[in-house]
Design a protein around this ligand. Structure first.
Ligand SMILES: [Zn+2]
Ligand SMILES: [Zn+2]
Length: 356
């Protein structure tokens, strides 16, 4: 009995410390620098539109049970997805002038003016414990096979966008993150000199690139008590020749039209299209809203992201891309739908509806 109790205590401590590491350290609640911000109040960042959760309105049929997080999703594809496997040798040195590799969900590599940016890199599952919220399929590249990266751009700290193991494995490049995430990254071993934290409207400028963080209707949190203690963001990346909009998770709003006005015209807009559910109607976009966001941004080319890897909102795995294409089919938007890992040169590469 004594041994059993001891074992239980040791196990509980191990789980506690493991989870604490996954949750990550937080910025000091009384950070004076945040107090001047009109989107920070009572120790928390504030969404421009309040996000809500109504458990009675959650849709998703058989997949609704909390148990869905612990087993392969009923909405997962039946077979492995077609993809292009990548490793270091797949990439040029130095990086090209303009190329894109969507790695699934919100992870992507963007080459721009000889620099390489890595967005929201997640190669494992999307939860603090390794058996929860599993991927549909392996990523098209392994962490250890990543090429040299100049900038790792993080939109927010949700598990489908920020992964401790990946952060720890990337030994080169500068992390561009929303306010407050520096504390998390430093705890995970990233040198403070490699981290730039941006508030909404703040820019980082170097070597002809300007990276600007922008607002979104969303929230943050990895643990039990850290909701909105760190910020979330979309980004505009401007080089001497191209301007790219990169959506974080967000609900719909007039911010897209405003971004076009202030930062456009855009050559490419990556827009999140999945995560929608009537149980949380404000924090992601329904297909007609994502389509409207794409129209508002009016980019030369549009890349739907945030789909094809995780079942976060109980949709059959390609429901969101089908709905987005349906809602935009009468527009003249050019929409890129590369396979995961496929090299795309926007304006040159023709992509297919590979999931059909
Ligand atoms: Zn999120
Ligand atoms: Zn997300």
């Amino acid at each position: 009995m004594l041994y059993a109790s001891l074992l239980l205590a040791v196990f509980s401590f191990a789980v506690y410390f493991y989870l604490k590491g996954e949750f990550g350290a937080l910025p000091a609640e009384e950070d004076a620098a945040y107090a001047r911000l009109d989107y920070y109040r009572d120790g928390r960042f504030q969404s421009p539109v309040k996000t809500t959760f109504d458990p009675d309105k959650v849709s998703g049929g058989a997949g609704r049970s909390i148990l869905r997080f612990f087993s392969r999703s009923v909405n997962a594809p039946d077979n492995p997805l077609p993809k292009v496997m990548l490793d270091k040798s797949s990439f040029s040195d130095p990086p090209s002038g303009y190329a894109l590799y969507w790695l699934g969900h919100s992870s992507a590599i963007l080459e721009l003016d000889g620099k390489r940016l890595l967005f929201d890199p997640v190669f494992g599952n999307a939860a603090p414990l390794p058996f929860m919220v599993q991927r549909y399929d392996d990523a098209p590249i392994k962490r250890e096979d990543l090429p040299t990266i100049d900038y790792i751009v993080i939109t927010h700290n949700h598990y489908d966008h920020l992964e401790k193991q990946t952060v720890r494995s990337i030994k080169n490049g500068r992390f561009i993150v929303p306010l407050g995430l520096g504390a998390t990254l430093r705890e995970w071993g990233v040198d403070a000199h490699r981290i730039t934290e941006l508030g909404w409207g703040d820019s980082y400028t170097k070597d002809g690139l300007v990276i600007t963080a922008l607002e979104g209707v969303h929230f943050s949190g990895r643990g039990f008590f850290d909701r909105n203690r760190t910020l979330w963001a979309a980004y505009v990346v401007k080089s001497t020749r191209k301007t790219i909009f990169w959506s974080g998770d967000t609900g719909y709003g007039n911010h897209f039209a405003r971004f076009k006005e202030q930062y456009g015209p855009f050559d490419l807009a990556a827009i999140e299209i999945d995560g929608w559910n009537s149980g949380w109607p404000r924090s992601h976009m329904f297909p007609e809203e994502a389509a409207q966001a794409a129209l508002d941004l009016g980019a030369e080319e549009t890349l739907p992201i945030h789909w094809g890897v995780f079942d976060l909102a109980m949709h059959p795995w390609h429901e969101s891309i089908d709905a987005f294409l349906e809602k935009t089919k009468s527009s003249d938007l050019k929409i890129l739908t590369p396979r995961m890992g496929e090299k795309v040169i926007p304006g040159v590469t023709h992509t297919e509806h590979w999931w059909n």
